[in-house]
Each structure stands twice: as structure tokens, then as C-alpha cells.
Design a protein around this ligand. Structure first.
Ligand code: NAD
Length: 428
């Protein structure tokens, strides 16, 4: 990613997984970045070079490029001293499944109020995942109302969805498969093209709402791919077929590809579940059917509980038994537990009266906030001292455990666990 580029002053609103990674990567590329977050503790940590989240290489980026990145809770400093603002706040799900736009609206209003006093063109870019139409119909009017200025003239507007995966977020950001630029006006498009010009990937220029939909369609498709292989995997298990051999055979077809064909206990995280929910909720309100996407979700709700069904073949009564859980993060290399598949599994075990012993290399701190009363082990090998062990996250270190003599039910395909006395996989 070398070559001449224009150094820009960038503000990032919302310094979470996406915002902080985006900020740190732009800092690495030589831009001046100011992160704004309502969470004072987060801002303070970032300024001390301590990432408030666990993400590979983030700490190194924050310390190496500290002269290029700062954090604050003060919108005024951040917006006034930058030319571009990326909005990266959360867009979670409301109880009714609809998308919660309150963080997006609050941050847009805060930005607009500062822009009211700023006498220079400023570009606002939505990076948060939002339903098609949101940038045009929610963000644009709020920007104009609270700034008293005109979008397309005084203020630029863009939609630049983020496709990074937690755990490899920095690599994904810097070596993206594609960059999607949805734009309202030419000046916004040209500014974003300049910002991304040294990225070695295709750049797609499109409308605001197409950019928004590309993100949803991509996530819904990937979630569908996993639920699909899980359904195939459930059949394979009954037939005595190794699902992973099937995935390999399918994946060699270039039209299909091997990625996202690892059968297991399903998908979780901060994106797939809420994005699938939001699409379904939107379709319901707009009288559209989402048969495939709803089935994708249904398969995913049932898949983790299959681990318990298999466990009960070996231990029919779970009351009073100690069940070890290996992995609490929704996937390896992150501390994110949002919609982790360990959650419905632990809920069901508790309901059936089992005692839980759990371990995760990074996610125990977050999990303790949700489940303060289960037993947390100080190492993975401590978990092995249980009546049975369930593998729920594919952390590398779980491959090195001595499973000999144990009952192991594997939701994530750890080959070395096959040495257990009794071993069963969820789909194999
Ligand atoms: N996490 C991912 O892997 C991922 C990947 C691609 C896209 N996304 C999308 O990116 C968006 C952000 O996701 P995330 O995982 O980074 O969320 P997050 O919850 O980790 O971070 C959001 C941050 O915004 C801050 N915030 C909330 N309201 C604010 C306000 N008014 N002003 C300033 N800061 C505010 C919060 O304190 C928090 O630090 C979501 O729309 C998500 O769907 C996430």
C-alpha cells in the first residue's frame, strides 16, 4: 500500500471493534485520527495505548502510531479538527427485532451541531451497518436540521460499509476484498476514492442504499452458507459421513468456495444475528417474505442445542453433573461474546441442573458480566476435570489438551479431541 497519498484529518465516532480498528489502520497509513466515544474509560485507555478490546496486533498499532491517533469524549475537538468523520457506532437489535438507530441518531445530531459552527466543507461517512435508506432518510435530514446546512453543498455524505472479521480485523481492513463507496455527491465520492486510492482491491462506487444493502446481503448470505452446511452436517452425522470431507468436495467447486463451510454449532457475534434479525423485521413491516433468511436463523437457533442432545446420549441425567465448557467467545481470537453459541448451551445446562466449569483465553471477563455464578477455570486443562466436556469455540490452545479418558462432545471440530475415551462431533 505504497505511493503518494493525501494525508487527511479523520475523526471516528464510536471507538468499538470497527471504529478503533478503522482509526488505528488509518493512523498506520499516515492520517491524523481522532476517535470520539461517549465512554470516557475507553477514550482514556486508547490514549494510554491500551486497546479496550482484544484484537490481534491492535496494541502494537496503537503504540507504534500513537503520534497519529488520539481519543476523546469531546465532539467539538474531533469534528472541528478533521475533514472526514466516520460514524462507527453500534446498531443493535431492539426487543422486537428492529434495528436500534438511537446511537446513530444521537451521534449524527452531535456532529451536525458542531458542523453548524464550522466554516469548511466536511464529509460524513456512515460505516455502521444500517438498513437501506437509513443514510438518505435518517442521517441526511438530521444533519441538515441540526447544522442548518445543505448536504451535497456544505456537507458531503457517504456510506462505506465495513466487512472486517473480528480476530483478523486489522488484516481484513488493510487487505480488504473490496471497498464499497456509496455516495450522495461527487465531491464525497472523490474524497473517499482519494482516501482509499492505495488500497489494493476493487473499489465499487454505488448509491447510498445499494452500499447499505451490500452489507446486509453479504452477511445474510454468509450466515445462510453456515446454516446450510450445518443442515447438511446433521444429515451426514446420521448417515455416518464426514461432513468436512463433503465440505472439501463442495468447496473445490469455484462457484461454491470452501470458506464458511465448517459445520458446527452455528454462527454468533455482533453482526450476523442482528443483521439477519433486522432484515427479517424490515421485510415483515414491508410485506415481503424472507423464507430463506428465516430458515437460516431457525437452523442457527437449534444447532447449538444438538450438542446437548448428543451429550445426553452419554449422560442422560445432567442434574448435579459437572460439564466443562471450552470456549465462551463467539469465535476464536476475540473477547466478543455477543450471541456466542456458548450462551444457549449454558442456559440449557443450567436449566437441567448441571454445574458449569468454563474457560476461555480472552472472553471470561465479558462472560462474567452475564453469568457471574458459573465456575470459571484459570486454565483450559482445569476444565478437563469434569464429567463431560463440550467444545464451543475453536481456540488454538484447545488442540493441545490431553483429552485421553474423557467424554468430549465437540461443536467446533478439534481433531486432537478425537483421542478422548468417548468423542462425538455435532455434525460428524
Ligand atoms: N464488530 C464487527 O465485527 C463488525 C463488522 C462490520 C460491521 N460492524 C458494524 O459496525 C457498527 C459498530 O459495531 P462494533 O462492533 O464496533 O460496535 P461496538 O459496540 O464495539 O462499538 C460501538 C461504540 O460506539 C460508542 N458510542 C455509542 N454511542 C455513541 C455516541 N453517541 N457517540 C460516540 N460514541 C458512541 C460506544 O461506546 C462503543 O464504544 C455496527 O453497526 C456493526 O453492525 C461490526
Amino acid at each position: 500500500m505504497l505511493g503518494y497519498f493525501m494525508k487527511m484529518n479523520i475523526s471516528i465516532v464510536g471507538a468499538g471493534y470497527v471504529g478503533l480498528v478503522t482509526g488505528a489502520c488509518f493512523a498506520k497509513l499516515g492520517h491524523k485520527v481522532t476517535c470520539v466515544d461517549i465512554n470516557r474509560e475507553k477514550a482514556q485507555k486508547i490514549n494510554e495505548g491500551i486497546p479496550p478490546i482484544f484484537e490481534q496486533d491492535l496494541e502494537e498499532l496503537l503504540s507504534t502510531y500513537k503520534q497519529n491517533i488520539t481519543a476523546t469524549t469531546d465532539y467539538n475537538t474531533a469534528i472541528t479538527n478533521s475533514d472526514i468523520t466516520f460514524i462507527c457506532v453500534g446498531t443493535p437489535t431492539l426487543k422486537n427485532g428492529n434495528i436500534d438507530l438511537s446511537f446513530l441518531k444521537d451521534s449524527t445530531i452531535s456532529i451536525a451541531k458542531i458542523l453548524k459552527e464550522k466554516n469548511k466543507w466536511h464529509l460524513v461517512v456512515i460505516k455502521s451497518t444500517v438498513l437501506p435508506g437509513t443514510t438518505q432518510n435518517v442521517v441526511l435530514p438530521l444533519l441538515e436540521k441540526h447544522s442548518g446546512k445543505k448536504v451535497g453543498i456544505d456537507i458531503g455524505l457517504g456510506m462505506n460499509p465495513e466487512f472486517l472479521k473480528e480476530g483478523v480485523a486489522i488484516k481484513d481492513f488493510l487487505e480488504s476484498d473490496r471497498i464499497v463507496i456509496g455516495y450522495y455527491d461527487e465531491k464525497s465520492l472523490n474524497t473517499l476514492k482519494e482516501l482509499y486510492k492505495n488500497f489494493n482491491c476493487p473499489i465499487l462506487e454505488t448509491t447510498l442504499s445499494a452500499a447499505e444493502m451490500i452489507k446486509y446481503a453479504s452477511n445474510a448470505f454468509l450466515a445462510t452458507k453456515i446454516s446450510f452446511i450445518n443442515e447438511i452436517g446433521n444429515m451426514c452425522k446420521k448417515l455416518g459421513i464426514d461432513t468436512y470431507a463433503v465440505a472439501e468436495g463442495m468447496g473445490l467447486d469455484k462457484r461454491i468456495g470452501r470458506a464458511f463451510l465448517d459445520s458446527g454449532i452455528g454462527w454468533g457475534g455482533s453482526c450476523f444475528p442482528k443483521d439477519v434479525d433486522a432484515l427479517i423485521a424490515w421485510a415483515k413491516e414491508n410485506n415481503e417474505k424472507t423464507r430463506i433468511i428465516e430458515s437460516t436463523r431457525e437452523v442457527n437457533q437449534q444447532q447449538p442445542l444438538r450438542l446437548i442432545t448428543i451429550l445426553k446420549k452419554h449422560i442422560p441425567k445432567l442434574q448435579g453433573k459437572t460439564i466443562g465448557i471450552l470456549g465462551l467467545a463467539f469465535k476464536p481470537d476475540t473477547d466478543d461474546i455477543r450471541e456466542s453459541r456458548a450462551i444457549p448451551i449454558i442456559d440449557q445446562l443450567i436449566k437441567e441442573g448441571a454445574n458449569i466449569k468454563a474457560y476461555d483465553p480472552e472472553a471470561m471477563k465479558n462472560f462474567k458480566k452475564l453469568y457471574p455464578n458459573i465456575n470459571y477455570c484459570s486454565s483450559a486443562s482445569d476444565v478437563l476435570n469434569s464429567d463431560a466436556i463440550l467444545i464451543t469455540t475453536k481456540w488454538d490452545e484447545f488442540t493441545e489438551l490431553d483429552y485421553k479418558g474423557k467424554i468430549v462432545i465437540d461443536g467446533r471440530r478439534i481433531e486432537t479431541a478425537k483421542r478422548a475415551k468417548i468423542y462425538e462431533g455435532v455434525c460428524w
